[in-house]
Design a protein. Sequence first.
Length: 243
Amino acid sequence: DDNIDDVAHAFFPGIDLDEALQRPILYSNWLSKDYIPVNREELRDYVNARMKVFHEEELDVPLVLFNEVLDHVLRVDRVFRQVQGHMLIIGVSGAGKTTLTRFVAWINGISVVQIKVHSNYLMTDFDEDLRCVLRRSGCKGEKICFIIDESNILQSAFLERINTLLANGEIPGLFEGDEYALLMTQCKEGSQRDGKMLDSNEELYKWFTNQILINLHVVFTMNPSDENLKSRSATSPALFNRC
């Protein structure tokens, strides 16, 4: 709040700052078609109603709505509205990192994908899950929220894949041979539905990666007490500067 006040005083000296910066500063389009300032109590009533439906239809976990939760869901919503809108959420277990992310995705009609790891889950399984997510977001134009928890990272190579995806919007070598041929066929069908006539594989792959940038949102959740937090910031820079 202090930073907002300082910037406003420095760059907008001619306006009534008391009125313009009246707290809380909340923006949303959930109450109208436009992304505009909203009243907290009106927004609370709307979110409470949606949470009840979410609880009944999607997730058997009751949610309690207080001011900090309302602020958080608006931050998540704002990220989902951005191209390459990815998030790194750090919080203690049970704080609602995944649940609230799923709730905001549900409100916005975004499909949620979470990998299901097991004792025999290998790199090949992770690659197949990634191919599925990228096909859905890249070829079919499906809005996807891909939630990954630190507990899902069974190998350092998993994190390297995610870091590459965040940095480049693609994972080189993920589609090869028959997988690449099938991808090009799906891309051609998808681009034609998009009203584009693309012939070369280079054009199709570029269209594919651009669709991923638009449609895919990666959410990585971590525990603040994780001893690997510092090392991951060094080895996976995109995880911290692209989220």
